[in-house]
Design a binder for this molecule. Structure first.
Ligand SMILES: Cc1cc2nc3c(=O)[nH]c(=O)nc-3n(C[C@H](O)[C@H](O)[C@H](O)COP(=O)(O)O)c2cc1C
Length: 390
């Protein structure tokens, strides 16, 4: 079973991730992991933190001589900002440290600040926001890069692009080649495949920057190359559509998840929504004339692209702060402001890729198993032969 967890606070020494269940013998391209970490830091509308951090994953365990060894993988991403927070968040109980602590008693609406403080019984939201912060997504992206490396061995790519920023929306479908190009283009401010739409998205971000406000938006993750048959209709928790929805919903600020044309489908007729089935004799495969289902039927992959959209709410920390109630005095005050992004849709897409890749890699290994990559490949090839004869 592929599993991963992360630890680390936003302004602590480091983030860490632990991944287990990958087969031995998977080549690990360290440059690829670094590249994805860099992609997560980009985008118009990011805050000052991205200028401080230059994320890099140090692999501590589970990889030797450039490949996985079947042991749990542990990795660490240093927080360069730690040097500015060492006094505020020391690990040991330090004498006189109270003065250096950066208490946060004006909980920010839309953050874990208030419910987290109540839950853990702190009259200071500092510890809560340190862990709830989306800085944690750097560890997810590093873990997701391992999942992508596994999937790539079997011809599967997981990419993303921006569909909407605030009120501005891409009104056409993006072609696969366009998504490939936008993922390779590190200069693209918002990772939208249409330059005219992207220019309007940039203006939307500039508007909220000036106004002390923030925007959300929509990213789309597309995975190409999966065979039919991953996931299962047989039990509710085996349904891959449900697993993907959970994984993407777990990304900070994602408030809705859509598979294929799920939202539009609810207001359409059945004849307009289902994807007609045909057979391609050249490839010995069934396929479809459209992909409104987003590659999943009955919780099982159908061989079409997996298409998952994450809907991000606008960033909660506002320069023009909203009203809140102080945790101690209970008086009405302005919510705390800490250096913040105003738009994270392109970065959200990179995190979405990681969560989709981890979920798909998990389903892939559930179907094909294998303690070594060679064994996984043997099982995969056997299944391909089964499909050829089907
Ligand atoms: C890549 C990324 C970066 C984010 N950066 C910020 C930020 O700078 N400021 C902020 O208030 N929220 C930011 N968020 C969103 C918050 O982390 C999130 O809204 C908050 O933790 C509450 O969780 P929830 O929105 O999932 O309920 C970011 C989210 C993502 C995906």
């Amino acid at each position: 079973m592929l599993r991963f967890v992360t630890a680390g606070e936003s302004h602590g020494q480091a983030l860490v991730a632990w991944i287990s269940g990958l087969p031995a013998g998977l080549p690990v391209d360290l440059g690829f992991i670094g590249h994805d970490l860099h992609r997560r830091q980009l985008g118009h509308g990011r805050g000052g933190r991205q200028r401080i951090e230059k994320d890099q994953a140090d692999i501590l365990a589970g990889v030797r001589h450039g490949q996985t060894i079947g042991a749990p993988i542990a990795l660490r991403i240093e927080n360069r900002d730690w040097k500015n927070w060492e006094q505020a968040l020391p690990v040991a109980l330090a004498e006189g440290a109270e003065d250096a602590q950066r208490h946060l008693t004006a909980p920010r609406p839309g953050h874990a600040d208030l419910p987290g403080a109540q839950k853990f019984n702190f009259h200071d939201a500092r510890y809560i926001l340190e862990r709830a912060s989306a800085r944690e997504t750097a560890a997810r992206v590093a873990a997701g890069a391992f999942a992508k490396l596994l999937l790539a061995q079997f011809g599967v790519s997981v990419l993303s692009h921006t569909i909407a920023v605030g009120h501005v929306r891409l009104e056409r479908e993006a072609a696969w080649d366009e998504i490939v190009a936008i993922c390779a283009n590190l200069e693209s401010p918002l990772r939208c495949v249409d330059s005219a739409t992207e220019a309007r998205m940039i203006a939307e971000v500039d508007h909220v920057l000036r106004a002390g406000d923030s925007v959300g938006g929509v990213f789309e993750v597309v995975a190409r190359g999966l065979p039919p048959g991953l996931g299962s209709h047989a039990q509710w928790d085996e349904k891959l559509d449900a697993q993907l929805a959970r994984a993407v919903m777990s990304v900070q600020a994602v408030k809705a998840v859509e598979l294929g044309a799920g939202v539009a489908g609810a207001a359409s007729y059945g004849s307009e929504v289902q994807d007609e089935i045909r057979y391609d004799p050249a490839r010995h495969r069934f396929d479809r004339s459209s992909n409104r289902a987003g590659g999943l039927e009955g919780g099982i992959t159908n061989g079409q692209d997996i298409v998952v959209r994450g809907y991000l709410k606008p960033i909660s920390t506002l320069r023009r702060a909203l009203l809140t109630a102080d945790l101690n005095t209970k008086e009405a005050v302005k919510a705390a402001y800490e250096r913040s992004d105003v738009c994270v849709v392109p970065a959200g897409g990179v995190v979405g890729e990681a969560m989709v890749a981890l979920t798909l890699a998990g389903a892939f290994l559930e179907k094909f198993g294998g303690d070594s990559l060679e064994e996984t490949r043997r099982n995969f090839d056997g299944y391909q032969r089964q499909l050829d004869k089907f």
